[in-house]
Design a protein around this ligand. Structure first.
Ligand code: NDP
Ligand code: MG
Length: 376
């Protein structure tokens, strides 16, 4: 199989390359394109190791740097959104791993679908902002959409236990993040250093902050709605501190099927790469005697308001999830620059949502326009 990895320099992208290495000898995966935003040093390293056809740096200012670094190789160096779209649509590629962070992944992912590529989807923001257009394109171009987000991979795997008609509800698990059990007063002076320390997962900065605010779980509810075509009322969030059960589905006979594994993104990435097969993995097995206990709680939506706001935007539909997502991306970036407080993230998202009139059935142009407007 030939793949393009959009966002190869990120947390998901680098783990995906490890999976490619792990699978050598069992399933040959040729990496045809790698992309980053600005990390030309790592792009160079990856280009020398994986010898892709194309390497893309999204930030145009870094183009000359990458071009110089790879001057002695046969790798084609490109930049900007045009370069990302080229990486997403190469002729001889069958699968595209969509693992750019945030809205920047939307257009390249849509182009990949239109070019008939199967999608391994890590970038949840694309489904949140353009769910209807995205899923219509998946149907139209008859491609396979394989979830990489661990919860959605777990749901996808658990769904094999029954038919779609037999599904009663989805139980979406959440670790609760680093501030589980804290009160609003205790969250007031949270610093970015505290927010970036996730108890169970090592991830990029944006999703780590989203996990601390529970916006990540809110985005995942919307992601699940589109991936599995379920009503919002049939998706229940369950806080499970240990992150061993990655999500569950309940069927009409009240039987619950779950997927369990140690918290490592290599598992869902590998499953997306090998589906419908399962292949041996060098990762460790779950040891129940080591874990000893598993705990479950209701999420606290009053303290972690981003979760409630995402549900609201999801239920409103139309352009509102785009508004929610853009406001959140802006707020999280400001928080990471120490320009906004932790609790201000929800505040900013809510204010932005309140200042927008909803619009149903937005086009891709509407979505891009509103995203741009909010960033400005
Ligand atoms: P990272 O921040 O670690 O990596 C993001 C990648 O996107 C990097 O390659 C980065 O390049 C690139 N990038 C950033 N901004 C732009 C831009 N404007 N244009 C083009 N490329 C850009 O993020 P993660 O790997 O953590 O997350 C990626 C996606 O996967 C997110 O949507 C996240 O929600 C999702 N996800 C991640 C999980 C995880 O465990 N990390 C789990 C489940 C889902 P550069 O390195 O040069 O900045
Ligand atoms: Mg997840």
């Amino acid at each position: 199989m030939n793949i393009s990895i959009l966002g190869s320099t990120g947390s998901i992208g680098t783990q995906a390359l490890k999976v490619v290495d792990d699978l050598a000898g069992q399933k040959e995966i040729k990496v045809m394109a790698i992309t980053g935003n600005s990390n030309t040093l790592l792009l160079e390293e990856q280009a020398r190791q994986y010898k892709p056809q194309v390497a893309v740096v999204a930030d145009q200012k870094k183009y000359t740097d990458l071009k110089t670094r790879l001057a002695d190789t046969s790798v084609t160096v490109l930049c900007g959104e045009e370069g990302l779209c080229r990486a997403a649509t190469l002729d001889n590629v069958q699968m595209v791993l969509s693992s750019i962070v945030g809205f920047a992944g939307l257009v390249p992912t849509m182009k990949a679908i239109e070019a008939g590529k199967d999608i391994a989807l890590a970038n949840k923001e694309t489904l949140v902002t353009a769910g209807a257009l995205f899923t219509d394109a998946v149907k139209k171009h008859k491609i396979r959409l394989l979830p990489v987000d661990s919860e959605h991979s777990a749901i996808f795997q658990s769904m094999h236990g029954g038919s779609r008609a037999e599904l009663k509800k989805i139980l979406l698990t959440a670790s609760g993040g680093p501030f589980f059990g804290k009160t609003t007063a205790e969250l007031k002076n949270i610093t970015k250093e505290q927010a970036l320390k996730h108890p169970n997962w090592s991830m990029g900065a944006k999703i780590t902050v989203d996990s601390a605010t529970l916006m990540n779980k809110g985005l995942e509810i919307i992601e699940a709605k589109w991936l599995f075509d379920v009503d919002f009322d049939d998706i229940e969030v369950v806080v499970h501190r240990e992150s061993i059960i990655h999500s569950m589905v309940e069927f009409t006979d009240k039987s619950i099927i779950a997927q369990l594994s140690l918290p490592s993104m290599k598992h869902p990435i590998q499953y997306a790469f090998t589906y419908p097969q399962r292949l041996p993995s060098p990762d460790k097995s779950v040891s129940f005697s080591d874990i000893a206990t598993m705990t479950f709680y209701k999420p606290d939506e009053e303290t972690f308001r981003c979760l409630a706001l995402a549900k609201k935007a999801g239920k409103m539909g139309g352009i509102m999830p785009t508004v929610l997502n853009a406001a959140n991306e802006v707020a999280v970036a400001a928080f990471l620059r120490d320009e906004m407080g932790f609790l201000d993230i929800a505040e900013f998202v809510e204010k932005t949502m309140n200042s927008y009139k909803n619009k149903s059935n937005p086009t891709l142009e509407d979505i891009i326009e509103v995203d741009k407007e909010i960033r400005q």
